[in-house]
Design a protein around this ligand. Structure first.
Ligand code: 5GP
Length: 127
């Protein structure tokens, strides 16, 4: 896999404790924290603690334990926020940007959890 992880990216620095964050949930393999520029009333970023650039890198190379922990942590965040439709919540959207076309700003895999207001169509901009 042709990924060259940059250990100076902002999320790597958050994981090393060099930059503060507003943690929502933390496990052995995963950290969930609030986005610094929230686009919705609830805007949480879920990241693995391992050095993965984006979704396909993580899915291909992370251990099963890391992958399960990542998703269970994201689910726990949804449960804690009360946004899961199965629990009577109004729902949410998960987004993971990868690479140039998706305008990935931070080259450390992350899943956005967006919720707290109607989110509209999945993609609002078309060329
Ligand atoms: P991307 O465009 O890579 O999918 O999203 C990166 C996200 O990281 C953006 O929503 C941006 O607001 C968030 N972000 C960038 N720097 C920081 C930071 O230092 N702290 C936190 N909590 N979020 C950040």
């Amino acid at each position: 896999m042709a990924y060259d992880y940059d250990p100076q990216n902002i999320f790597a620095r958050i994981l090393r404790g060099e930059i503060p964050n507003d943690t929502v949930l933390e496990t052995e393999h995963t950290l969930a924290f609030r986005d610094i520029r929230p686009q919705t009333p609830h805007h949480v970023l879920v990241i693995p603690k391992g050095a993965y650039v984006c979704f396909d890198h993580f899915a291909a190379e992370a251990s099963a334990e890391e992958i399960v922990d990542f998703h269970r942590t994201a689910a726990k965040v949804c449960a804690d926020l009360g946004i899961g439709p199965g629990e009577g919540g109004n729902g949410y959207r998960t987004v993971s940007n990868a690479g140039l076309d998706a305008v990935q700003e931070v080259p450390h895999y992350h899943m956005h959890i967006l919720a707290g207001r109607p989110l509209g169509p999945m993609l609002s901009h078309r060329d």
